[in-house]
Design a protein around this ligand. Structure first.
Ligand code: ADP
Ligand code: MG
Length: 259
């Protein structure tokens, strides 16, 4: 286990999660330093989404340790806390973690700009005018300023997903989790979303990205984790992980996904 330092944004260690008799995460973990772009890859059903959901406690792990935003949570003792003590700590975590899902998840009854300013206004209680200004800037940065008053159904999948990224950024997150952000897109729309993500990476955003886009993992991330049956099958830099003499588990996975 790596020690945490001043630059550590999030550390999750020895995360275990079962559904009934099925253990989905056996002993998973990650340490993200500021500016890290960590790609999590692996077969479908290996536990990647569950792990992301454990990080912002959308799923409560069975055990493990989570450190984020100055809080240090031992899951087993945390679960014994009364809700009035636990809930504010969960809320504090969620307020600082942005999430972008496979299926856009924009609110269909709100315009793009309304989607982006919703959480800053209602969860973070920031001044409306300030949120609107920031929302317009964010939509501009993902190439959607002219579409700010459109409803999701009037937009392409790629535009919706770029909007979802702007929405995730609007809470000024310390960390953004991406769960297969391009998997539901038509192939010709994948590039525009990856481009926005690459721009965020270059701007120094700390990102955890579950993806099947091996070129993104290889060229944009600085760390790759291969998830195998809910455990870390291998991890390293992209150069190590994509090397012809890299970890055997990763090589086997790559030979399957690249055929
Ligand atoms: N809420 C749930 N209840 C029961 N089983 C679940 C639930 N969520 C996920 N699983 C199971 O956990 C395993 C890992 O799922 P998931 O984390 O979605 O994998 P991945 O994202 O790598 O495809 C799968 O076998 C899945 O069926
Ligand atoms: Mg998944």
């Amino acid at each position: 286990m790596k020690g945490t330092s001043m630059s550590t944004v999030l550390s999750a260690q020895a995360i275990v999660k079962s559904y009934g008799a099925k253990t989905v995460l056996q002993n998973f973990g990650v340490t993200a330093a500021r500016g890290d772009v960590i790609a999590i890859v692996g077969a479908s059903g290996s536990g990647k989404s569950t792990f992301l959901r454990c990080l912002n406690l959308l799923e409560m792990p069975d055990s493990g340790r989570l450190e984020f935003g100055g809080d240090s949570i031992d899951i087993e003792s945390f679960k014994r806390l009364p809700a009035r003590d636990a809930n504010p700590r969960i809320e504090a975590i969620r307020r600082k973690i942005g999430m972008v899902f496979q299926s856009f998840n924009l609110w269909s009854s709100k315009t793009l700009l309304e989607n982006v300013i919703e959480a800053p206004i209602h969860v973070h209680k920031r001044p409306v005018a300030e949120c609107v200004e920031q929302g317009k800037d964010l939509l501009n940065s993902v190439g959607l300023y002219e579409f700010r008053d459109y409803y999701p159904k009037q937009l392409s999948g790629g535009q919706q997903q770029r909007g979802a990224i702007a929405r995730a950024l609007a809470i000024n997150p310390a960390l953004i989790l991406f769960d297969e952000p391009t998997s539901a897109l038509d192939p010709e729309l994948v590039g525009e979303v990856l481009q926005v993500m690459q721009k965020l990476a270059e701007a120094g955003c700390t990102m955890l990205v579950v993806t099947h886009e091996m070129n993104f993992a290889r060229n944009v991330s600085n760390k790759v984790i291969f998830c195998e049956n809910g455990a870390i099958g291998a991890e390293g830099t992209p150069a190590e992980m994509f090397s012809a003499d890299g970890p055997a588990a990763m090589r086997k996975f790559l030979s399957i996904v690249s055929t």
